[in-house]
Design a protein around this ligand. Structure first.
Ligand SMILES: [Ca+2]
Ligand SMILES: [Ca+2]
Ligand SMILES: [Ca+2]
Length: 488
């Protein structure tokens, strides 16, 4: 792939490129009077495609606008697919030598997920023979494989222990806000003007009440924050065709149900991630301390969990290409990688890798790290003191309690309510929290809000099982977001 060309650009350019508005481009030299100059390189802009999603039989056309180009000779070898699950696709180039009618078409995309493209610049030259820089990255188009899941959602295998045996669909990314008035994704996800949401008074819990928006699952832009759990439930449920709460939950129109993810659904996903070997550093599932086939360094990746003032690392957007799973992490900036791939064979692995693989082959972004995420439930009592997730298996956490607000109310121990399936017994594990599983903040006896997964600044406290109980509702938090599910 030709991804590195983009990622070697300055930071600010990359950010603006990923969230560029239709028709805009990441690099925009002011050509002005020099527009015919042989000293200004040509510019390639891939126009937003006219469709947002496609079936396997659909064609996807990307028009390409060229500026200051004199000689063009593009064929499929200069077009690169950024495969976010929707590929593979066949590439066709139309009018590859035409300065004004160049068009790129994708056909026979056979996956389920996003595809985007970019174009190399070597074969597009100005009057002086100077080559263009690589194009912008196109918007992603969702490819559907006939899945029962809505666009942007991925299927999750069920787990009878959590009452989800039929499976369900979940947002592949933390929810983004699509402005109802403009239909644009809200760039900072918080109604403010910065990554801190600092222009929003903390007293405002839900900026979207005044600025109505709809939750969508896309890679670009920052996740939806500055929202209460009550409003997050309302936003997810607003996607239903029914109007009353009872009708929504009962699915009276028999067209499935959108909702905020429950703790049972979170556990279904987290325990699925737990038993997929490639999510582990040593590609071995679970307890593989020294002498059992691995070393005591084996652990699950924690995602984007390390903020840093030097690199201005805070909450981040994602990539349409799942392969770029280390994008915008501390490791990515501090180690100055040529691209956003995590190191190693295959799709690579790093403790800050932002994707996890599910047993059905789908990938989910930021299930650990980036934003904390609400679940629907509230807690009703004390599970014991705060502890690492690994320690939830100990006798100090044997209380069995139920949660309220979800779809089931089964009483469980802390390990079964929030923790992994397997037992993790090696106390000398190299990971300070043990196996990258995360931390359980159980300080409050009764928690009105439960947040999972940790955030961009949680470091070792983050993990797919991490949990925080809060006795007060979160109001106007810049690091708490949410994720919707769809129950077919
Ligand atoms: Ca709304
Ligand atoms: Ca329904
Ligand atoms: Ca998250």
């Amino acid at each position: 792939m030709k991804v590195g060309d983009h990622l070697s650009r300055p930071f600010i350019t990359l950010i603006s490129g990923l969230i560029a508005l239709p028709g805009c481009t990441a690099v925009g030299p002011n050509l002005g009077q020099y527009s015919d100059s042989k000293y200004v390189p040509p510019e390639i802009v891939i126009v937003t495609p006219t469709i947002e999603s496609a079936s396997h039989s659909d064609i996807i056309d990307f028009e390409v606008n060229l500026t200051n180009a004199f000689d063009v000779n593009i064929d499929a070898s200069q077009v690169f697919i950024l495969d976010g699950g929707g590929g593979p696709c066949l590439i066709e180039v139309f009018d590859g030598t035409n300065l004004t009618q160049l068009k790129i078409r994708l056909v026979n995309c056979l996956g389920h997920g996003l595809v985007a493209i970019d174009v190399a610049g070597e074969q597009i030259k100005n009057l002086g023979g100077m080559s263009a820089r690589p194009s912008n990255r196109s918007y992603g188009v969702w490819i559907r494989n006939g899945s029962i899941c809505p666009d942007g959602y991925i299927p999750i295998p069920g787990n009878t222990e959590y009452g989800t045996s039929g499976g369900f669909c979940v947002m592949k990314y933390e929810a983004r806000a699509r402005d109802d008035a403009t239909s644009q994704i809200v760039e900072f996800g918080c109604g403010g003007t910065g990554r801190h949401c600092s222009s929003i008074p903390q007293a405002i819990s839900d900026w979207s009440v005044e600025n109505p928006a709809t939750p969508v699952s896309v890679a670009r832009a920052l996740p939806w924050r500055m929202i209460t759990k009550v409003q997050a439930i309302s936003e997810c449920q607003s996607l239903n065709s029914e109007l009353t709460a009872d009708d929504i939950i009962n699915d009276s129109n028999n067209d499935g149900t959108y909702d905020l993810i429950t703790n049972d659904e979170w556990q279904t996903i987290a325990r699925n991630i737990e038993v997929v070997a490639s999510n582990w550093k040593e590609k071995l599932i679970g307890h593989v301390a020294t002498g059992q086939g691995g070393s005591n360094d084996n652990r699950l990746n924690r995602g984007h969990t390390k903020s840093d003032s030097k690199f201005q690392i805070l909450v981040a957007s994602a990539s349409v290409a799942d392969r770029e799973a280390c994008i915008y992490t501390y490791a990515y900036y501090s180690q100055n990688w040529e691209n956003a791939f995590c190191p190693g064979e295959g799709e690579g692995w790093h403790i800050q890798k932002r994707t996890h693989l599910l047993s059905n082959g789908y990938k989910i972004w930021d299930f650990s790290g980036n934003n904390f995420e609400y679940v629907r439930d509230s807690s009703l009592g004390s599970y014991g003191p705060s502890a690492t997730i690994r320690e939830l298996q100990l006798s100090t956490h044997s209380n069995e309690l139920s949660l309220s607000g979800g779809l089931t109310s089964t009483a469980r121990s802390a390990k079964d309510q929030f923790g992994p399936d397997l037992a993790y017994n090696d106390e000398s594990h190299a990971d300070i929290m043990g196996y990258g599983l995360g931390y359980a903040n159980l300080d409050s006896n009764v928690g009105v809000d439960i947040i999972r997964g940790g955030s961009y600044s949680s470091t070792e406290y983050a993990g797919v099982f991490s949990v925080g109980l809060s006795s007060q509702p979160y109001k106007g938090s810049g690091n708490v977001g949410f994720r919707c599910v769809y129950r077919p």
